[in-house]
Design a protein around this ligand. Structure first.
Ligand code: NAD
Length: 474
């Protein structure tokens, strides 16, 4: 833990405030505030009302932090959360219904059920790229599951952090949800506290810090991380549609999307034919001057602008490039780079910006081998007219999800668990998966005292009893 959090008078005061928040939420949980179905539904309804009322404020903040258009914010941020609330409110009663357990002959007579109990007081740490969606969608699950929660939005999107804080403080009950705004110091103090679940979305380096801190209290974690999500375009795919879907997935939010297609693999022949379609798709979506498009975003900060700028090699850019970039407005053009090698800088890290490298492979065999040789990605994308090729990617590669013929849109649905595997994270949420992530599945078993059938398994084990037990356990 950084030492900056120990000692100074201001951090001492901050620590006391945070400890008081955690204590208040724990007391509230222990008092049963969050147990009842109606109480949970009421908080979810309050969140839905707040989201509607504060929509203009949130949209303004998203435009300020990320240059997001109102429509894009409605589609990828606020709309996703509204859907999540509606789906959860519709299904919560049935999710809470205990499931009957089949216990088997050995325990008979007995009955059993699986109950979903809330974990307690939870912590949600969220990132800046979809700050509304990635803060509130996990919160919907936390509330539905009957927990109390501290939310800490990312300081890297400051306007949205302030708007979210306003929304949560003015519409939700502080006995359920509290917000701690701030940066590393605040998060570090939060991580010293004992929680019953930590739900973190962000990069894997901080993911490791979170997991280490959680281990101190044996706190379970859901880690929603990122990585380089590959795309493979097969021979024979409809290249016009494929190009539009890839361009949309890549350049939405100026590439600052955890599941954005990171790099594209195809045979040299397919790349040759795909290139004009990619250029055309960028023009169709964002016009000839994307800096003037109301639907094209900006890099979140000067630091991120500089980092992604440094990954662009102008000699290989067939669209965009550093010459069109503008540091003052943090504008990076949609950039496509050809003839990229596996050891180029742009392939050394998750790009997380509007740069699409094109890499030549010999076919599906090499594409699969490349994916298998790296970290398990959050999503893998395949565009192929061949069922057998799709099936090979499904069977031979591992990723958080596999999307065939589609980018981004697949994760907006509450019916699909969303999460990573390996280096791209652990655990999943959205819909029922989120409810499950924030609950413990507790078997409750009941056996009548008479007849006392357990007499059959008590020692001493002699003669007929021993023979019977040995036979039974075979
Ligand atoms: P970020 O910098 O906003 O960090 C995320 C959170 O971690 C913030 O709340 C921040 O305050 C906190 N944090 C930062 N440094 C910390 C430290 N040293 N100690 C404790 N807490 C700290 O966001 P980011 O990490 O730049 O987000 C981008 C990354 O997140 C990308 O890798 C992306 O792929 C990934 N991501 C994943 C998902 C997903 O759902 N799987 C979604 C969005 C982003």
């Amino acid at each position: 833990m950084p030492t900056e959090t120990t000692g100074t008078p201001s951090t001492t005061a901050l620590r006391s405030e945070i400890e008081a928040d955690v204590r208040a939420l724990r007391d509230s949980f222990d008092a049963g505030t969050t147990r009842g179905l109606d109480a949970r539904l009421a908080q979810l309804a309050a969140l839905r009302r707040g989201l509607r009322r504060e929509e203009p404020r949130l949209a303004r903040a998203l435009a300020e932090d990320l240059g997001k258009s109102r429509t894009e914010s409605a589609l990828t941020e606020i709309g996703v959360v509204s859907q999540e609330i509606a789906h959860t409110m519709k299904h919560l009663r049935s999710w809470l219904r205990p499931e009957k357990l089949a216990l088997g002959a050995m325990l008979a007579p007995a009955s059993g059920e699986l109950r979903r109990e809330p974990l307690g007081t939870t912590l949600i740490i969220s990132p800046w790229n979809y700050p509304v969606n990635l803060t509130l969608a996990p919160l919907v699950a936390a509330i539905a599951a009957g927990n109390t929660t501290i939310v800490t939005p990312s300081e890297v999107a400051p306007a949205t952090s302030a708007a979210l804080t306003h929304l949560l403080r003015s519409h939700l009950d502080p006995d359920w949800v509290r917000v701690v705004e701030g940066a590393v110091t605040e998060t570090t103090i939060l991580l010293e506290q004992r929680f019953d679940l930590i739900f973190y979305t962000g990069n894997a380096a901080v993911g490791r810090i979170v997991a280490r801190a959680a281990a101190e209290h044996l706190t379970p974690t859901v880690l929603e991380l990122g990585g380089k999500s590959p795309v493979f375009v097969d021979e024979g795919a409809d290249l016009a549609v494929t190009a539009r879907r890839i361009v949309w997935g890549k350049f939405t939010n100026a590439g600052q999307t955890c599941i954005a297609p990171d790099y594209l693999m195809a045979t040299p022949r397919t790349l040759e034919r795909l290139r004009p379609h990619l250029r055309r798709a960028v023009r169709a979506l964002y016009g000839g001057r994307p800096e003037r498009s109301l639907d094209y975003g900006r890099m979140v900060s000067a630091k991120h602008f500089e980092r992604v700028l440094g990954l662009i090699d102008d000699d290989r850019a067939i669209l965009g490039g550093t010459g069109e970039a503008d540091a003052d407005t943090r504008y990076l053009p949609p950039t496509i780079m050809q003839d990229v090698d596996w050891d180029d800088a742009v392939m050394g890290e998750e790009i997380f910006g509007p740069v699409l490298p094109l890499l030549a492979v010999s076919g599906p065999d090499e594409a699969i081998a490349r994916i298998r040789s790296g970290d398990k990605p959050l999503t893998a994308y395949v565009f192929s007219p061949r069922r057998a090729v799709e099936e090979r990617f499904a069977e031979e590669t591992s990723s958080g999800s596999l999307a065939l013929g589609v980018t981004l849109a697949h994760v907006g649905t509450p019916g699909m668990p969303f999460g990573g595997v390996g280096e791209s994270g652990m655990g999943a949420y959205h819909g029922r998966a989120g409810f499950e992530a924030f609950t413990h599945a507790k078997p409750v078993v009941k056996k009548p005292l008479t007849p006392d059938t357990l007499k059959l398994v008590y020692p001493p084990y002699r003669g007929a009893k021993r023979r019977m037990l040995r036979r039974l356990m075979r």
